[in-house]
Write a protein that binds this ligand. Structure first.
Ligand code: UDP
Length: 364
């Protein structure tokens, strides 16, 4: 048996890890996973619900670290993860995506000469003002295995001089999860009824990127834009805790009756709304792809995206959130306009490919 410590802490990482952990638990791979939850996301509806819904065992370690500045949070994580790694002495450390938990896990491991596996390697926005861009570039630099979700991600790494032998194209683990869990997100009627919306007759919105929540002007334009859409059709908006705090600071309250703000949803309810929305407006990486998985047109409220293949093929439109009128027009215009058929995220076996490679290099 070889031991793999997985370090995670934010909502999308729990969703991605659910696919990989289930495969890694199969005894013939000879790998034992020890999960460390940093505590970056800690509310029941941002963390616990995903362990329950996606059938994951509770983490072996829950470090309870959240809040504070990026440096302070990452520093506290680094110190505590190092302690865990010194006592667990794993053969590899597995990290996901681009959060402070990702960087802290990778850095703690690399300093102890423990090889790092990075799932969702190679994504780039080329915008160093995004905390995520810094986290993912540094994590890629430290990783021994770079599991890439798309051809564009592999190409970025090759261009940066990463050894080809370390780049492992796998497809996207979120596609695995969407395929495995999508069928469980039926029936939908009760969920839609409870929100007062009908299938195909509402928009779904999520907003949580710092570039939108920490900029009151951009956030106000987004709110106004969604309010304009809500005059035409209801907008369901599960509000991220960071966004809830930012909305409270806006000079004008969110008022339109058609704008249906709610608490963050569990994964299955989120998928129910995604599948039945007429259009999705988001700044989330995961939600952009899920819109495509469920064949729903998407508007991305950002200046750039890492998932460029969806913009190139008409599934997604980039709308920098500078004007409420432009945001509303783009969302309403996207309805009924899917993109061209493509298959950029693999075949839904990314988790297996990841575990297979770890098995070959660590066990076989
Ligand atoms: N998600 C969820 N409930 C919500 C909003 C999002 O379960 O209320 C899921 C969504 O379906 C996707 C993931 O969270 O699988 C995306 O995470 P998030 O938007 O927090 O981060 P990002 O993908 O931008 O890193």
């Amino acid at each position: 048996m070889r031991k793999v410590v997985t370090v995670l802490g934010a909502r999308p990482q729990l969703i991605k890890a659910s696919a990989v952990s289930h495969v890694m638990a199969q005894s013939h791979y000879g790998l034992r996973e020890v999960m460390v939850h940093t505590g970056q996301h800690f509310d029941a509806n941002m963390s616990g619900v995903f362990f329950e819904e996606l059938g994951m065992a509770p983490p072996a370690y829950d470090l309870g670290i959240h809040g504070g500045t990026h440096g302070a949070m990452t520093g506290r994580m680094l110190a505590r993860i190092e302690e865990v790694l010194l006592s667990e002495r794993p053969h590899a450390v597995l990290v996901y995506g681009d959060t402070n938990s990702t960087l802290a896990g990778a850095l703690a491991a690399a300093k102890l000469h423990i090889p790092v596996a990075h799932v969702e390697a190679g994504l780039r926005s080329f915008n160093l003002r995004m905390p995520e861009e810094i986290n993912r570039m540094l994590t890629d630099r430290l990783a021994r295995w770079l599991f890439t979700p798309t051809a564009a991600a592999s190409a970025h790494l090759l261009r940066e001089g990463v050894d080809d032998a370390c780049i492992v194209p796998t497809g996207d683990v979120m596609y695995d999860v969407a395929l495995q869990q999508g069928a469980r997100a039926e029936p939908v009627t009760a969920t839609l009824d409870a929100m007062g919306v009908a299938s195909g007759a509402f928009a779904l919105a999520t907003v949580h990127r710092a570039e939108n929540t920490d900029d009151a002007t951009r956030l106000a334009e987004i709110v106004d834009g969604l309010q304009q859409v809500s005059a035409r059709m209801p907008v369901v908006w599960p509000v991220h805790p960071r966004t809830r705090a930012a909305l409270a600071g806006l000079p004008r309250p969110v008022t339109h009756a058609g704008l249906k703000l709610c608490e963050p949803l569990g994964y299955l309810d989120m998928v129910r709304f995604e599948k039945h929305a007429a259009v999705i407006a988001t700044d989330s990486g995961g939600v952009q792809k899920e819109a495509f998985f469920h064949k729903v047109p998407c508007v991305t409220l950002r200046d750039e995206t890492e998932w460029v293949e969806l913009v190139d093929t008409g599934w997604n439109r980039l709308v920098p959130p500078k004007s409420a009128a432009e945001i509303a027009a783009a969302i309403l215009d996207a309805i009924g306009k899917p993109g061209v058929p493509i298959e950029p995220y693999g075949r839904g076996d990314a988790a297996q490919r990841i575990v297979q490679r770890l098995h070959s290099d660590l066990v076989a």
